[in-house]
Design a protein around this ligand. Structure first.
Ligand SMILES: Nc1ncnc2c1ncn2[C@@H]1O[C@H](COP(=O)(O)OP(=O)(O)OP(=O)(O)O)[C@@H](O)[C@H]1O
Ligand SMILES: CC(=O)C(=O)O
Length: 506
Protein backbone atom coordinates (compact mmCIF):
# COMPACT_ATOMS: atom_id res chain seq x y z
CA UNK A 1 0.00 0.00 0.00
CA UNK A 2 2.83 2.34 0.87
CA UNK A 3 4.19 1.36 -2.51
CA UNK A 4 1.08 2.51 -4.34
CA UNK A 5 1.12 5.80 -2.49
CA UNK A 6 4.73 6.41 -3.31
CA UNK A 7 4.18 5.65 -6.96
CA UNK A 8 1.24 7.94 -7.04
CA UNK A 9 3.14 10.78 -5.52
CA UNK A 10 5.99 10.30 -7.95
CA UNK A 11 3.75 10.31 -10.96
CA UNK A 12 1.35 12.93 -9.69
CA UNK A 13 3.43 15.45 -7.86
CA UNK A 14 1.31 17.36 -5.38
CA UNK A 15 1.88 20.77 -6.89
CA UNK A 16 0.79 19.58 -10.30
CA UNK A 17 -2.51 18.05 -9.25
CA UNK A 18 -5.88 19.59 -9.91
CA UNK A 19 -9.20 18.42 -8.56
CA UNK A 20 -9.63 15.98 -5.71
CA UNK A 21 -6.53 14.14 -4.63
CA UNK A 22 -6.72 10.50 -5.61
CA UNK A 23 -6.76 8.00 -2.82
CA UNK A 24 -3.24 6.90 -2.02
CA UNK A 25 -4.61 3.40 -1.62
CA UNK A 26 -5.99 3.05 -5.09
CA UNK A 27 -3.55 2.08 -7.83
CA UNK A 28 -3.20 4.52 -10.71
CA UNK A 29 -5.98 4.04 -13.23
CA UNK A 30 -5.27 3.90 -16.93
CA UNK A 31 -5.29 7.08 -18.95
CA UNK A 32 -8.26 7.57 -21.25
CA UNK A 33 -6.96 10.07 -23.65
CA UNK A 34 -4.04 12.37 -24.12
CA UNK A 35 -4.19 15.86 -25.29
CA UNK A 36 -1.83 18.72 -24.93
CA UNK A 37 -3.38 21.66 -23.13
CA UNK A 38 -3.69 24.71 -25.36
CA UNK A 39 -2.61 26.83 -22.45
CA UNK A 40 -1.45 25.67 -19.08
CA UNK A 41 -0.53 28.24 -16.50
CA UNK A 42 2.28 26.11 -15.19
CA UNK A 43 3.66 24.83 -18.45
CA UNK A 44 4.71 27.80 -20.49
CA UNK A 45 6.89 25.70 -22.74
CA UNK A 46 3.89 23.58 -23.68
CA UNK A 47 1.92 26.68 -24.38
CA UNK A 48 4.68 27.76 -26.69
CA UNK A 49 4.48 24.45 -28.45
CA UNK A 50 0.82 24.87 -29.19
CA UNK A 51 1.15 28.47 -30.13
CA UNK A 52 4.14 28.04 -32.35
CA UNK A 53 3.30 24.77 -33.97
CA UNK A 54 -0.36 23.89 -33.93
CA UNK A 55 0.25 20.58 -35.66
CA UNK A 56 1.79 19.37 -32.44
CA UNK A 57 -1.58 19.04 -30.82
CA UNK A 58 -2.82 16.88 -33.63
CA UNK A 59 0.21 14.62 -33.21
CA UNK A 60 -0.86 14.14 -29.66
CA UNK A 61 -4.44 13.50 -30.52
CA UNK A 62 -3.23 10.58 -32.60
CA UNK A 63 -3.17 8.60 -29.38
CA UNK A 64 -6.19 6.37 -28.84
CA UNK A 65 -9.30 8.06 -27.59
CA UNK A 66 -11.57 5.29 -26.42
CA UNK A 67 -13.78 7.44 -24.23
CA UNK A 68 -13.78 10.73 -26.07
CA UNK A 69 -12.77 12.52 -22.88
CA UNK A 70 -9.99 15.01 -23.06
CA UNK A 71 -7.36 15.15 -20.39
CA UNK A 72 -4.29 17.29 -20.45
CA UNK A 73 -0.86 15.94 -19.86
CA UNK A 74 1.85 17.07 -17.59
CA UNK A 75 5.44 16.87 -18.70
CA UNK A 76 7.92 15.23 -16.38
CA UNK A 77 10.13 18.21 -16.73
CA UNK A 78 10.03 21.69 -15.41
CA UNK A 79 11.36 25.08 -16.17
CA UNK A 80 13.44 26.86 -13.62
CA UNK A 81 10.54 29.26 -13.10
CA UNK A 82 8.28 26.35 -12.22
CA UNK A 83 10.85 25.09 -9.80
CA UNK A 84 10.74 28.36 -7.97
CA UNK A 85 6.98 28.57 -8.15
CA UNK A 86 6.42 25.08 -6.85
CA UNK A 87 8.94 25.18 -4.11
CA UNK A 88 10.95 22.55 -5.94
CA UNK A 89 8.24 19.98 -5.78
CA UNK A 90 7.24 17.93 -8.75
CA UNK A 91 10.46 18.47 -10.57
CA UNK A 92 12.43 15.27 -10.54
CA UNK A 93 14.04 15.45 -13.88
CA UNK A 94 17.07 13.24 -13.60
CA UNK A 95 15.99 9.81 -14.67
CA UNK A 96 17.23 6.77 -12.79
CA UNK A 97 18.59 3.62 -14.39
CA UNK A 98 19.11 0.50 -12.27
CA UNK A 99 21.15 -2.48 -13.36
CA UNK A 100 19.19 -5.57 -12.44
CA UNK A 101 21.20 -8.45 -11.03
CA UNK A 102 20.85 -11.18 -8.44
CA UNK A 103 20.05 -8.63 -5.73
CA UNK A 104 17.07 -7.18 -7.57
CA UNK A 105 15.67 -9.68 -10.05
CA UNK A 106 12.62 -11.01 -8.21
CA UNK A 107 9.23 -9.39 -8.95
CA UNK A 108 9.13 -8.02 -5.40
CA UNK A 109 12.60 -6.52 -5.67
CA UNK A 110 11.81 -5.01 -9.07
CA UNK A 111 8.65 -3.51 -7.70
CA UNK A 112 10.59 -2.00 -4.81
CA UNK A 113 12.91 -0.35 -7.34
CA UNK A 114 9.98 0.89 -9.42
CA UNK A 115 8.42 2.36 -6.30
CA UNK A 116 11.76 3.90 -5.48
CA UNK A 117 11.81 5.78 -8.77
CA UNK A 118 13.55 3.49 -11.26
CA UNK A 119 12.77 4.77 -14.78
CA UNK A 120 14.82 2.23 -16.67
CA UNK A 121 15.81 -1.34 -15.79
CA UNK A 122 19.13 -2.28 -17.36
CA UNK A 123 20.06 -5.87 -18.10
CA UNK A 124 23.73 -6.41 -18.82
CA UNK A 125 24.29 -9.23 -21.29
CA UNK A 126 27.81 -9.71 -19.88
CA UNK A 127 26.22 -11.56 -17.01
CA UNK A 128 23.58 -14.24 -16.66
CA UNK A 129 22.00 -16.08 -19.57
CA UNK A 130 19.16 -15.14 -21.89
CA UNK A 131 16.58 -17.09 -19.90
CA UNK A 132 17.50 -15.10 -16.82
CA UNK A 133 17.25 -11.82 -18.73
CA UNK A 134 13.95 -12.84 -20.30
CA UNK A 135 12.55 -13.43 -16.81
CA UNK A 136 13.62 -9.95 -15.73
CA UNK A 137 12.29 -8.21 -18.85
CA UNK A 138 8.95 -9.94 -18.56
CA UNK A 139 8.72 -9.20 -14.85
CA UNK A 140 9.25 -5.51 -15.61
CA UNK A 141 6.57 -5.61 -18.31
CA UNK A 142 4.16 -7.29 -15.91
CA UNK A 143 4.86 -4.62 -13.34
CA UNK A 144 3.97 -1.96 -15.89
CA UNK A 145 0.86 -3.73 -17.05
CA UNK A 146 -0.49 -4.81 -13.71
CA UNK A 147 0.60 -2.03 -11.41
CA UNK A 148 0.72 1.01 -13.62
CA UNK A 149 4.45 1.68 -13.64
CA UNK A 150 6.26 2.89 -16.72
CA UNK A 151 9.69 1.34 -16.38
CA UNK A 152 11.58 1.03 -19.65
CA UNK A 153 14.05 -1.78 -20.34
CA UNK A 154 17.59 -1.27 -21.55
CA UNK A 155 19.68 -4.12 -22.86
CA UNK A 156 23.43 -3.55 -22.64
CA UNK A 157 25.57 -5.59 -25.02
CA UNK A 158 28.63 -7.43 -23.80
CA UNK A 159 30.90 -6.11 -26.56
CA UNK A 160 34.11 -7.79 -27.46
CA UNK A 161 36.66 -6.58 -25.01
CA UNK A 162 38.98 -8.79 -23.02
CA UNK A 163 37.47 -9.86 -19.75
CA UNK A 164 37.73 -12.48 -17.04
CA UNK A 165 35.45 -15.50 -16.84
CA UNK A 166 32.70 -15.90 -14.30
CA UNK A 167 34.87 -17.10 -11.34
CA UNK A 168 33.27 -20.54 -11.42
CA UNK A 169 30.06 -19.22 -9.92
CA UNK A 170 31.61 -17.28 -7.01
CA UNK A 171 30.21 -13.78 -6.45
CA UNK A 172 33.70 -12.33 -6.09
CA UNK A 173 37.28 -13.18 -5.13
CA UNK A 174 39.80 -11.17 -3.19
CA UNK A 175 43.35 -10.78 -4.52
CA UNK A 176 45.87 -9.89 -1.82
CA UNK A 177 49.15 -8.09 -2.20
CA UNK A 178 51.99 -10.37 -3.39
CA UNK A 179 49.77 -13.36 -4.24
CA UNK A 180 50.48 -15.14 -7.49
CA UNK A 181 47.42 -15.79 -9.67
CA UNK A 182 47.14 -17.66 -12.96
CA UNK A 183 45.26 -16.03 -15.85
CA UNK A 184 44.53 -18.64 -18.47
CA UNK A 185 42.50 -19.29 -21.60
CA UNK A 186 42.28 -22.99 -20.73
CA UNK A 187 38.87 -24.53 -20.08
CA UNK A 188 38.96 -25.77 -16.49
CA UNK A 189 36.72 -28.24 -14.73
CA UNK A 190 34.75 -26.69 -11.93
CA UNK A 191 35.57 -25.80 -9.25
CA UNK A 192 38.36 -23.66 -10.64
CA UNK A 193 41.81 -24.31 -9.18
CA UNK A 194 42.69 -21.87 -6.43
CA UNK A 195 43.77 -18.39 -7.57
CA UNK A 196 42.94 -19.09 -11.18
CA UNK A 197 41.12 -16.77 -13.53
CA UNK A 198 39.72 -17.64 -16.93
CA UNK A 199 40.27 -15.13 -19.71
CA UNK A 200 37.83 -14.91 -22.62
CA UNK A 201 40.34 -14.08 -25.32
CA UNK A 202 42.42 -16.80 -26.99
CA UNK A 203 45.38 -14.62 -27.92
CA UNK A 204 45.89 -13.43 -24.35
CA UNK A 205 49.03 -15.42 -23.53
CA UNK A 206 50.66 -14.49 -26.84
CA UNK A 207 49.89 -10.82 -26.50
CA UNK A 208 51.16 -10.11 -22.99
CA UNK A 209 54.83 -10.06 -22.12
CA UNK A 210 56.63 -10.47 -18.82
CA UNK A 211 56.69 -7.10 -17.06
CA UNK A 212 53.29 -5.97 -18.38
CA UNK A 213 50.85 -4.57 -15.87
CA UNK A 214 47.42 -6.19 -15.83
CA UNK A 215 44.51 -4.06 -14.59
CA UNK A 216 41.26 -5.60 -13.46
CA UNK A 217 38.28 -3.32 -13.96
CA UNK A 218 40.43 -0.30 -14.64
CA UNK A 219 42.51 -0.72 -11.49
CA UNK A 220 40.22 -2.30 -8.92
CA UNK A 221 43.14 -4.73 -8.63
CA UNK A 222 46.54 -4.76 -10.36
CA UNK A 223 48.93 -7.52 -11.27
CA UNK A 224 52.35 -7.75 -12.84
CA UNK A 225 53.03 -10.48 -15.40
CA UNK A 226 55.89 -12.54 -14.01
CA UNK A 227 55.91 -15.70 -16.16
CA UNK A 228 54.28 -17.24 -19.23
CA UNK A 229 53.69 -21.01 -19.32
CA UNK A 230 51.89 -21.91 -22.56
CA UNK A 231 48.29 -20.76 -22.18
CA UNK A 232 48.88 -19.77 -18.53
CA UNK A 233 50.10 -16.37 -17.50
CA UNK A 234 51.39 -16.08 -13.93
CA UNK A 235 50.84 -12.68 -12.37
CA UNK A 236 51.74 -11.21 -8.99
CA UNK A 237 49.19 -8.98 -7.32
CA UNK A 238 50.66 -5.51 -6.80
CA UNK A 239 47.46 -3.71 -5.77
CA UNK A 240 45.01 -5.86 -3.81
CA UNK A 241 41.35 -5.68 -4.67
CA UNK A 242 38.07 -7.42 -5.28
CA UNK A 243 37.74 -9.43 -8.49
CA UNK A 244 34.19 -9.52 -9.84
CA UNK A 245 32.91 -12.03 -12.40
CA UNK A 246 33.63 -11.02 -15.99
CA UNK A 247 35.56 -7.96 -14.98
CA UNK A 248 37.27 -6.11 -17.78
CA UNK A 249 41.02 -6.71 -18.25
CA UNK A 250 43.50 -4.31 -19.78
CA UNK A 251 47.23 -4.61 -20.00
CA UNK A 252 49.71 -1.80 -19.91
CA UNK A 253 53.31 -1.60 -21.09
CA UNK A 254 55.72 1.24 -20.34
CA UNK A 255 52.87 3.33 -18.97
CA UNK A 256 50.59 2.96 -22.03
CA UNK A 257 47.63 0.74 -22.56
CA UNK A 258 48.17 -2.05 -25.11
CA UNK A 259 45.14 -1.77 -27.31
CA UNK A 260 46.04 -3.02 -30.75
CA UNK A 261 44.11 -6.21 -30.10
CA UNK A 262 41.01 -4.42 -28.89
CA UNK A 263 41.09 -2.20 -31.95
CA UNK A 264 40.84 -5.33 -34.14
CA UNK A 265 37.89 -6.85 -32.32
CA UNK A 266 34.45 -6.15 -33.79
CA UNK A 267 32.32 -3.77 -31.71
CA UNK A 268 29.35 -6.12 -31.97
CA UNK A 269 30.47 -9.74 -31.53
CA UNK A 270 28.57 -12.74 -32.85
CA UNK A 271 27.20 -13.28 -29.34
CA UNK A 272 26.09 -9.65 -29.25
CA UNK A 273 24.12 -10.11 -32.48
CA UNK A 274 22.29 -13.06 -30.93
CA UNK A 275 21.62 -10.97 -27.84
CA UNK A 276 20.35 -8.14 -30.04
CA UNK A 277 17.94 -10.54 -31.76
CA UNK A 278 16.81 -11.59 -28.33
CA UNK A 279 16.35 -7.95 -27.27
CA UNK A 280 14.32 -7.16 -30.39
CA UNK A 281 12.15 -10.22 -29.82
CA UNK A 282 11.57 -9.22 -26.19
CA UNK A 283 10.76 -5.66 -27.23
CA UNK A 284 13.37 -3.84 -25.16
CA UNK A 285 13.20 -0.05 -25.30
CA UNK A 286 16.91 0.69 -25.50
CA UNK A 287 19.95 -1.16 -26.72
CA UNK A 288 23.17 0.23 -25.27
CA UNK A 289 26.14 -0.71 -27.45
CA UNK A 290 29.39 -1.38 -25.62
CA UNK A 291 32.78 -0.21 -26.88
CA UNK A 292 31.49 1.77 -29.82
CA UNK A 293 34.38 2.86 -31.98
CA UNK A 294 32.64 4.64 -34.83
CA UNK A 295 29.29 5.96 -35.99
CA UNK A 296 29.09 3.21 -38.62
CA UNK A 297 28.35 0.50 -36.13
CA UNK A 298 25.45 2.51 -34.71
CA UNK A 299 24.04 3.18 -38.18
CA UNK A 300 24.44 -0.49 -39.05
CA UNK A 301 22.63 -1.58 -35.91
CA UNK A 302 19.82 0.88 -36.48
CA UNK A 303 19.24 -0.41 -40.00
CA UNK A 304 19.40 -3.95 -38.69
CA UNK A 305 16.75 -3.19 -36.07
CA UNK A 306 14.59 -1.44 -38.66
CA UNK A 307 14.85 -4.42 -41.00
CA UNK A 308 14.20 -6.99 -38.26
CA UNK A 309 11.23 -5.30 -36.72
CA UNK A 310 9.29 -2.92 -38.87
CA UNK A 311 8.03 0.10 -37.01
CA UNK A 312 10.33 -0.72 -34.12
CA UNK A 313 11.08 2.12 -31.81
CA UNK A 314 14.08 0.63 -30.06
CA UNK A 315 16.53 3.40 -29.32
CA UNK A 316 20.23 2.82 -29.74
CA UNK A 317 22.55 4.30 -27.14
CA UNK A 318 26.30 4.55 -27.65
CA UNK A 319 28.42 3.68 -24.65
CA UNK A 320 31.36 6.02 -24.54
CA UNK A 321 34.00 3.93 -22.84
CA UNK A 322 37.08 3.72 -24.99
CA UNK A 323 39.76 5.88 -26.52
CA UNK A 324 38.34 5.04 -29.96
CA UNK A 325 34.92 6.33 -28.99
CA UNK A 326 36.47 9.61 -27.90
CA UNK A 327 38.24 10.01 -31.22
CA UNK A 328 34.94 9.88 -33.08
CA UNK A 329 32.75 11.29 -30.35
CA UNK A 330 30.63 13.79 -32.22
CA UNK A 331 29.76 11.57 -35.14
CA UNK A 332 28.97 8.68 -32.81
CA UNK A 333 26.63 10.80 -30.75
CA UNK A 334 24.99 12.28 -33.84
CA UNK A 335 24.32 8.76 -35.15
CA UNK A 336 22.93 7.52 -31.82
CA UNK A 337 19.69 8.17 -30.00
CA UNK A 338 21.62 8.95 -26.85
CA UNK A 339 24.84 8.11 -25.05
CA UNK A 340 26.15 6.66 -21.84
CA UNK A 341 29.31 7.88 -20.15
CA UNK A 342 30.50 4.42 -19.09
CA UNK A 343 33.12 5.53 -16.63
CA UNK A 344 34.05 2.02 -15.51
CA UNK A 345 35.64 0.88 -18.71
CA UNK A 346 36.65 4.38 -19.71
CA UNK A 347 38.71 4.53 -16.53
CA UNK A 348 40.48 1.39 -17.64
CA UNK A 349 41.66 3.01 -20.86
CA UNK A 350 42.61 6.51 -19.84
CA UNK A 351 44.36 7.84 -16.73
CA UNK A 352 41.70 8.09 -14.02
CA UNK A 353 42.21 11.81 -13.56
CA UNK A 354 40.95 12.35 -17.10
CA UNK A 355 37.60 10.65 -16.49
CA UNK A 356 35.85 13.70 -14.96
CA UNK A 357 36.70 15.99 -17.85
CA UNK A 358 35.68 13.31 -20.35
CA UNK A 359 32.35 13.01 -18.56
CA UNK A 360 31.83 16.74 -18.74
CA UNK A 361 32.73 16.86 -22.41
CA UNK A 362 30.38 14.02 -23.34
CA UNK A 363 27.50 15.43 -21.29
CA UNK A 364 27.96 18.88 -22.79
CA UNK A 365 28.14 17.57 -26.32
CA UNK A 366 25.01 15.48 -25.83
CA UNK A 367 23.21 18.51 -24.51
CA UNK A 368 24.28 20.58 -27.48
CA UNK A 369 23.11 17.86 -29.85
CA UNK A 370 19.90 17.29 -27.87
CA UNK A 371 20.72 13.68 -27.15
CA UNK A 372 19.88 12.12 -23.80
CA UNK A 373 22.95 11.18 -21.80
CA UNK A 374 23.39 8.76 -18.92
CA UNK A 375 26.24 9.01 -16.42
CA UNK A 376 27.15 5.53 -15.26
CA UNK A 377 29.34 3.54 -12.90
CA UNK A 378 30.57 3.75 -9.37
CA UNK A 379 28.29 6.63 -8.46
CA UNK A 380 27.66 5.03 -5.08
CA UNK A 381 30.11 2.14 -5.24
CA UNK A 382 30.66 1.89 -1.49
CA UNK A 383 26.93 1.20 -1.09
CA UNK A 384 27.51 -2.24 -2.56
CA UNK A 385 28.67 -3.03 0.96
CA UNK A 386 27.68 -0.15 3.23
CA UNK A 387 24.36 1.56 3.88
CA UNK A 388 25.72 5.09 3.55
CA UNK A 389 27.76 6.52 0.69
CA UNK A 390 31.02 8.37 1.06
CA UNK A 391 31.00 12.16 0.88
CA UNK A 392 32.99 11.93 -2.31
CA UNK A 393 30.33 9.73 -3.91
CA UNK A 394 27.63 12.19 -2.94
CA UNK A 395 29.68 14.97 -4.50
CA UNK A 396 30.05 12.91 -7.66
CA UNK A 397 26.30 12.37 -7.93
CA UNK A 398 25.73 16.06 -7.33
CA UNK A 399 28.16 16.97 -10.04
CA UNK A 400 26.43 14.74 -12.58
CA UNK A 401 23.09 16.35 -11.70
CA UNK A 402 24.71 19.79 -11.90
CA UNK A 403 26.05 18.97 -15.35
CA UNK A 404 22.46 18.12 -16.21
CA UNK A 405 22.95 14.56 -17.18
CA UNK A 406 19.57 13.20 -18.22
CA UNK A 407 19.98 10.04 -16.22
CA UNK A 408 22.14 8.46 -13.55
CA UNK A 409 22.81 4.74 -13.48
CA UNK A 410 23.37 2.27 -10.68
CA UNK A 411 25.54 -0.73 -11.57
CA UNK A 412 26.81 -3.08 -8.86
CA UNK A 413 24.91 -1.04 -6.26
CA UNK A 414 21.60 -2.35 -7.57
CA UNK A 415 22.77 -5.53 -9.32
CA UNK A 416 24.57 -7.23 -6.46
CA UNK A 417 24.80 -4.73 -3.64
CA UNK A 418 23.40 -5.07 -0.14
CA UNK A 419 21.44 -1.80 -0.26
CA UNK A 420 19.93 -1.34 -3.72
CA UNK A 421 16.84 0.54 -2.53
CA UNK A 422 18.84 2.86 -0.31
CA UNK A 423 21.22 3.63 -3.16
CA UNK A 424 18.31 4.37 -5.45
CA UNK A 425 16.64 6.57 -2.89
CA UNK A 426 19.84 8.53 -2.50
CA UNK A 427 20.04 9.11 -6.24
CA UNK A 428 16.41 10.10 -6.30
CA UNK A 429 16.87 12.65 -3.57
CA UNK A 430 19.66 14.20 -5.58
CA UNK A 431 17.58 14.33 -8.71
CA UNK A 432 14.93 16.23 -6.76
CA UNK A 433 17.31 18.32 -4.75
CA UNK A 434 16.93 22.03 -5.16
CA UNK A 435 20.16 23.41 -6.48
CA UNK A 436 19.43 27.12 -6.11
CA UNK A 437 22.97 28.11 -6.97
CA UNK A 438 22.41 26.56 -10.40
CA UNK A 439 19.26 28.43 -11.15
CA UNK A 440 19.41 31.48 -13.34
CA UNK A 441 18.97 34.78 -11.62
CA UNK A 442 15.46 36.24 -11.76
CA UNK A 443 14.87 37.83 -15.10
CA UNK A 444 17.83 36.14 -16.71
CA UNK A 445 16.78 34.85 -20.08
CA UNK A 446 18.32 31.44 -19.95
CA UNK A 447 20.03 28.95 -17.80
CA UNK A 448 23.72 29.74 -17.57
CA UNK A 449 24.66 26.10 -17.54
CA UNK A 450 22.61 25.14 -20.53
CA UNK A 451 22.81 28.08 -22.85
CA UNK A 452 19.90 29.56 -24.78
CA UNK A 453 19.51 27.04 -27.58
CA UNK A 454 20.01 23.95 -25.51
CA UNK A 455 16.88 22.11 -24.58
CA UNK A 456 17.34 18.62 -23.35
CA UNK A 457 14.96 15.85 -22.58
CA UNK A 458 14.78 16.69 -18.92
CA UNK A 459 13.35 20.07 -19.68
CA UNK A 460 11.35 18.87 -22.63
CA UNK A 461 11.28 22.49 -23.69
CA UNK A 462 9.98 22.89 -27.16
CA UNK A 463 11.04 25.75 -29.32
CA UNK A 464 9.15 27.41 -32.12
CA UNK A 465 9.90 25.62 -35.34
CA UNK A 466 10.62 22.24 -33.79
CA UNK A 467 9.37 19.33 -35.81
CA UNK A 468 7.81 17.65 -32.88
CA UNK A 469 6.56 14.14 -33.16
CA UNK A 470 5.16 12.12 -30.35
CA UNK A 471 5.13 8.62 -31.52
CA UNK A 472 6.04 6.24 -28.80
CA UNK A 473 3.64 5.12 -26.18
CA UNK A 474 4.12 2.61 -23.44
CA UNK A 475 1.41 0.05 -23.23
CA UNK A 476 -1.27 1.18 -20.86
CA UNK A 477 -2.37 1.01 -18.15
CA UNK A 478 0.25 3.37 -16.95
CA UNK A 479 0.50 6.97 -16.05
CA UNK A 480 3.46 7.87 -18.16
CA UNK A 481 4.37 7.53 -21.76
CA UNK A 482 7.73 7.74 -23.34
CA UNK A 483 7.81 10.08 -26.26
CA UNK A 484 10.21 10.99 -28.94
CA UNK A 485 10.55 14.47 -30.28
CA UNK A 486 12.26 15.37 -33.51
CA UNK A 487 13.76 18.82 -33.43
CA UNK A 488 13.92 21.25 -36.31
CA UNK A 489 17.61 20.39 -36.72
CA UNK A 490 16.79 16.71 -36.97
CA UNK A 491 17.96 15.88 -33.44
CA UNK A 492 15.81 13.45 -31.52
CA UNK A 493 15.09 13.54 -27.84
CA UNK A 494 13.14 11.33 -25.53
CA UNK A 495 11.06 12.22 -22.57
CA UNK A 496 8.28 11.00 -20.39
CA UNK A 497 4.88 12.51 -20.05
CA UNK A 498 2.83 12.20 -16.89
CA UNK A 499 -0.82 11.75 -17.56
CA UNK A 500 -3.43 13.44 -15.45
CA UNK A 501 -6.85 12.05 -16.03
CA UNK A 502 -8.21 14.16 -13.18
CA UNK A 503 -7.50 17.51 -14.79
CA UNK A 504 -9.94 19.80 -16.45
CA UNK A 505 -10.39 19.98 -20.18
CA UNK A 506 -8.56 22.64 -22.15
N1 LIG B 1 22.67 -10.53 -14.57
C1 LIG B 1 23.61 -10.58 -13.64
N2 LIG B 1 23.90 -11.74 -13.03
C2 LIG B 1 24.86 -11.82 -12.09
N3 LIG B 1 25.61 -10.77 -11.67
C3 LIG B 1 25.37 -9.59 -12.24
C4 LIG B 1 24.36 -9.42 -13.26
N4 LIG B 1 24.37 -8.15 -13.66
C5 LIG B 1 25.33 -7.54 -12.92
N5 LIG B 1 25.92 -8.39 -12.07
C6 LIG B 1 26.97 -8.12 -11.07
O1 LIG B 1 27.01 -6.73 -10.80
C7 LIG B 1 28.28 -6.18 -11.11
C8 LIG B 1 28.10 -4.81 -11.69
O2 LIG B 1 27.25 -4.87 -12.83
P1 LIG B 1 27.61 -4.17 -14.19
O3 LIG B 1 26.46 -4.33 -15.08
O4 LIG B 1 28.09 -2.80 -13.93
O5 LIG B 1 28.77 -5.10 -14.71
P2 LIG B 1 30.22 -4.91 -15.25
O6 LIG B 1 30.79 -6.29 -15.19
O7 LIG B 1 30.92 -3.82 -14.53
O8 LIG B 1 30.00 -4.57 -16.77
P3 LIG B 1 29.91 -3.17 -17.56
O9 LIG B 1 31.31 -2.70 -17.72
O10 LIG B 1 29.24 -3.54 -18.83
O11 LIG B 1 29.09 -2.27 -16.70
C9 LIG B 1 28.92 -7.19 -12.06
O12 LIG B 1 30.31 -7.16 -11.96
C10 LIG B 1 28.35 -8.49 -11.59
O13 LIG B 1 29.10 -8.96 -10.49
C1 LIG C 1 28.53 0.87 -17.55
C2 LIG C 1 29.76 0.40 -18.14
O1 LIG C 1 29.74 -0.41 -19.02
C3 LIG C 1 31.02 0.94 -17.67
O2 LIG C 1 31.03 1.90 -16.89
O3 LIG C 1 32.06 0.43 -18.12
Amino acid sequence: MAAAAAVHSLLHPPAARKGPAPSPLSPPSPPHFLRLPAAHPRLPHLHRLCAASPAAASDLTAFPNPSGNLAPIDVDAATEAERRENGFRSTRRTKLVCTVGPATSSPEQLEALAVGGMNVARVNMCHGDREWHRGVIRAVRRLNEEKGFAVAVMMDTEGSEIHMGDLGGAASAKAEDGEVWTFSVRAFELPLPERTINVNYDGFAEDVIVGDELLVDGGMARFEVIEKLGPDVKCRCTDPGLLLPRANLTFWRDGSIVRERNAMLPTISSKDWLDIDFGIAEGVDFIAVSFVKSAEVIKHLKSYIAARSRGSDISVLAKIESIDSLKNLEEIIRASDGAMVARGDMGAQVPLEQVPSIQQKVVQLCRQLNKPVIVASQLLESMIEYPTPTRAEVADVSEAVRQRADALMLSGESAMGRYPEKALSLLRRHGEQPQPHLLPAQGQGHDPVRGPGDCSLRHAAVHPGDERTLRKSHSSPCHMILYEMIRCDGARTFGTLNLKEDSSVH
